[in-house]
Design a protein around this ligand. Structure first.
Ligand code: ATP
Ligand code: MG
Length: 326
């Protein structure tokens, strides 16, 4: 039996996702697909959420892996290639602004398609089913770091450093591709059984030096607990060093099991990012090596200019700290 045509061969799929982003003025990304003007076919926004067994072209949904603000994520199976995949599907039921949600998923697909790195989940496909738009990525067998921290508290320092240093490498590839992730946090890092991590969720990624990856005006994006000070005060000024700050918050949480700034609401948390010096991780957990605590505080500098400036500097710092901790 010959397989049904893949959604990627239909109009309004990954080709124009990449093409759309590349069409924007000043976008230096070179795309692998021929440029083509195409608008997505209208989607039926009234249908109920997808469930296991639902078919998208050659993909079949299996069990649900996760659920976010606007999307459901399923383990799936690609019948054409006989391989497991992950499918992120828009959940219309949770979406207020449907056009914006659709645009965000397209933007996420386009951003992910630019980044190729073993520590970043791999883009496979994007399609418009008549019922739901969906993004297909490699399936990674792991648990979100956020879940691990909520269940078990701080990680042993060496494991925390190893994991977060992998994410520094993943982000190096993201920045190299001209993007800022803008949503670095433990819930967007998957951890495999062997302690290897993968960066996921490019839903807020933006082109470096631009308002946002889809060309819209800068907005306050990100999760308050992980937000760099400049993300809260001047969204247009955000560059890759905001990701370094958010990775610093992630390292802090992995080392200590707590956040550097807490509060009863978003405003209080943001006030902490802007004005309060963080308590050094070693003061919460004496087993944390002093150098690791210092690196964490360096990444959490209030001013982007005072943080590690790029991937090379960050990688070198992790190597030093991990070398000393051996
Ligand atoms: N490639 C993947 N392999 C395995 N599990 C995944 C994969 N992608 C996502 N997941 C699971 O789905 C959950 C949600 O994924 P993701 O963070 O991309 O969506 P989200 O938080 O809903 O996004 P958004 O914030 O854009 O609404 C993850 O925490 C993880 O459990
Ligand atoms: Mg997420």
């Amino acid at each position: 039996m010959s397989p049904a045509p893949r959604p990627a061969d239909a109009p309004g799929t990954s080709e124009d996702v990449t093409g759309t982003v590349s069409d924007r003025k000043g976008d230096t990304h070179t795309h692998a697909y021929p440029r083509r003007e195409a608008s997505p076919p209208p989607v039926d926004t009234a249908c109920p959420p997808p469930e296991p067994g639902t078919r998208f072209g050659t993909y079949v949904l299996r069990d649900k892996l996760g659920e976010g603000v606007s999307c459901l994520v399923f383990r799936g199976w690609d019948e054409a290639l006989g391989s497991p995949v992950a499918l992120k599907v828009l959940n219309w039921a949770n979406v207020y602004d449907r056009a914006a949600a659709l645009k965000q998923l397209r933007t996420e697909a386009a951003a992910l398609a630019r980044v190729k790195h073993p520590r970043v989940v791999r883009f496979l496909d994007f399609g418009f089913d008549p019922r739901w738009p969906y993004l297909v990525t490699e399936l990674f067998d792991g648990r979100p770091l956020g879940e691990l921290l909520r269940a078990g508290g701080a990680l042993p320092p060496r494991w925390a450093l190893y994991l977060v240093s992998q994410m520094a490498d993943a982000l190096g590839a993201v920045w190299q591709a001209g993007l800022v992730h803008r949503d670095v946090k433990p819930d967007n890092i998957l951890v495999g059984a062997d302690g290897v991590g993968k960066l996921i969720d490019f839903g807020l990624a933006k082109g470096a030096g631009k308002g946002s990856a889809d060309g819209s005006a800068p907005e306050l994006a990100g999760t308050a607990a992980y937000l760099a000070p400049e993300q809260a005060t001047d969204a247009a000024a955000v560059d890759h060093r905001a990701d370094i700050y958010s990775l610093g918050v992630t390292l802090y949480e992995a080392l200590t099991g707590r956040l550097p700034f807490e509060g009863r609401n978003r405003v209080q948390v943001i006030f902490g990012h802007l004005n309060t010096p963080p308590v050094p991780p070693v003061q919460w957990v004496p087993e944390v090596p002093g150098l690791a605590s210092d690196l964490c505080l360096w990444m959490l500098s209030k001013s982007p200019a005072d943080r590690p400036q790029n991937h090379a500097e960050l990688r070198q710092a992790f190597d030093t700290v991990m070398g000393a901790a051996r």
